[in-house]
Design a protein around this ligand. Structure first.
Ligand code: UDP
Ligand code: MG
Length: 140
């Protein structure tokens, strides 16, 4: 197994309910280490750029509106197998389908307001980390 880095976002539904600490605890308990973190409020342009891969999907415009509806916490997580590990702790996209104990099962509201984002591959993690952080902000 390799040490990897992945991008994590705590979404507006979670910052609104004041459960960022609960989420970070679950990530840390799984062996992931936060090596960069910032709380920001995205403009439409930021969300559109980040979710560009989904621009043809029917949920894109709503997703952009949702991700700009409140503050978010963007983090870089580091650890063994971090990309897959983070996805495992997050659970399936739709909280209804997520495994018991996962963030989305326990804390997610619905398929859109599902509390967290996580990169889906090492390659996309690199792209997303570059989009959100400068190298000097990564302080593992
Ligand atoms: N999403 C949505 N409706 C859908 C599928 C996804 O609103 O039918 C939102 C949801 O917030 C999801 C994000 O779009 O987390 C990105 O979708 P993706 O398929 O990449 O899911 P993820 O990788 O986040 O599990
Ligand atoms: Mg995805």
């Amino acid at each position: 197994m390799a040490t990897e880095r992945t991008l994590s976002i705590i979404k507006p539904d979670a910052t609104e309910r004041n459960i960022t600490g609960k989420i970070i605890t679950k990530l840390e308990d799984a062996g992931l280490r936060v090596i960069a973190s910032k709380r920001v409020w995205w403009k439409k342009k930021d969300a559109k750029e980040f979710y560009e891969v989904h621009k043809e999907r029917p949920f894109y415009e709503e997703l952009v509106a949702y991700m700009t509806s409140g503050p978010i916490v963007i983090q870089v997580l580091e650890g063994e197998n971090a990309v897959a590990k983070n996805r495992e702790v997050m659970g399936a996209t739709n909280p209804v389908d997520a495994e018991p104990g996962t963030i989305r099962k326990e804390l997610g509201v619905n398929i859109e307001r599902n509390s967290v984002h996580g990169s889906d591959s090492v390659e996309n993690a690199k792209k997303e980390i570059d989009m959100c952080f400068s190298n000097k902000e990564l302080v593992g």
